[in-house]
Design a protein around this ligand. Structure first.
Ligand code: ASP
Length: 333
């Protein structure tokens, strides 16, 4: 390559960042997801990835899987807001920056499929509340019962006894349960565990999906980071993809996953990019950051992955041709 051409490429950042075009060993297909609950989610996504399917279909399948399981923090089995209502948030994004999202969706079993419908069939990105539900019903989704799951009912009853509303996220290490234990509040109840996953398919294309019932006992109408493109999920097919879990308000403030992807664009590894985003949150308000948890996971175009969290206790799950395991995230504080 002559010097002029090299300089031209450098000015676009191409020479500074090893693009997949020049890379011989891309780790694909691969799927990574938040938390230990990501293991069966990855397995659902892997069925599609290993059959040479598209990453967008794989992440959707992973999200559908977890929405079907009774869980504190995802799907209709999730914990309610402070008015006792389960409201669901979900989003999906593909390699073309197509994206769809729903927020505050009630009584619909698979918010991720509604988000996919928003992406595939409307000119919009986000539908919320009543409008999202109306759209779902018009598209053949069934309205489910508003009754809480048994575990959610019990947890909500306990919470009502205190009823001291603080938009607080639990920190896993406050409970001495070991790194892979569920994510408990200090009194023993879990209050967040959003499922975010990103995948690269055999064609090297990236997609991501997020699904959650959001932070337990939130204000009715509150929207977290999870359904916000650039906060809870971001995909740039030239660079990489990232997703998050933890206190959504703090992730939104720094456009968390977009920030992670932009750091990867600058040449940072996925882990270093996640760390830089965590540092931004801590730097803004170190005192507050000491009381909350945020974790990011990211993947670049080579199929390299990494994570970082503010506090101890964040774990993530990885499935590729060479591994199928839970990793413990490094942390800042
Ligand atoms: N990020 C979610 C929210 O703020 C909480 C979670 O990670 O579960 O609603």
């Amino acid at each position: 390559m002559d010097r002029k051409k090299f300089l031209r490429l450098s000015s676009f950042g191409l020479a500074a960042f090893p693009m997949p075009l020049f890379s011989k060993s891309v780790n694909k297909p691969i799927v990574i997801s938040t938390w230990d609950s990501g293991m069966p989610v990855n397995a659902a996504a892997w069925k599609i990835l290993s059959a040479n399917g598209k990453s967008v279909d794989a992440v959707e399948a992973g999200a559908v899987y977890i929405e079907d399981t009774i869980d504190c923090c995802v799907g209709l089995g999730g914990f309610p807001d402070r008015d006792g209502i389960v409201t669901l948030d979900a989003c999906i994004m593909d390699e073309h920056a197509n994206c769809g999202s729903v927020a505050g969706l009630e009584q619909i079993k698979h918010p991720i499929l509604v988000a996919r419908k928003v992406m595939d069939t409307t000119p919009h990105v986000i539908l919320v509340g009543q409008g999202a539900q109306q759209f779902a019903l018009q598209n053949g989704f069934k309205k489910e019962s508003a009754e809480l799951s048994e575990s959610a009912k019990n947890a909500y009853k306990d919470w009502l006894k205190k009823n001291d509303y603080k938009p607080e996220i639990n920190i896993e290490n406050k409970k001495e349960n070991g790194p892979f234990a569920p994510h408990f509040f200090e009194d023993g109840s879990p209050n967040h565990d959003t499922m975010g996953l990103v995948a690269m398919d055999v064609d090297g294309n990236l997609s991501g999906a997020v699904t959650t019932s959001g932070m337990a006992y939130k204000m009715h109408g509150r929207v977290g980071d999870s359904p916000i493109i650039g906060a809870g999920l971001f995909v740039d097919n030239e660079v990489g993809a990232a997703t998050s879990s933890g206190l959504g308000e703090e992730v939104i403030r720094i456009c968390g996953t977009h920030t992670v992807v932009e750091y990867m664009r600058q040449g940072y590894s996925p882990e270093a990019a996640c760390k830089k985003a965590c540092e931004r949150i801590v730097k803004r308000d170190p005192k507050k950051a000491a009381t909350l948890q945020v974790g990011f996971v990211a993947m670049n175009k080579k199929g390299e992955y990494g994570a970082y969290a503010i506090q101890k206790g964040f774990v993530f799950s990885v499935k590729s041709n060479t591994e199928n395991q839970i990793h413990t995230s490094k942390y800042l504080l």
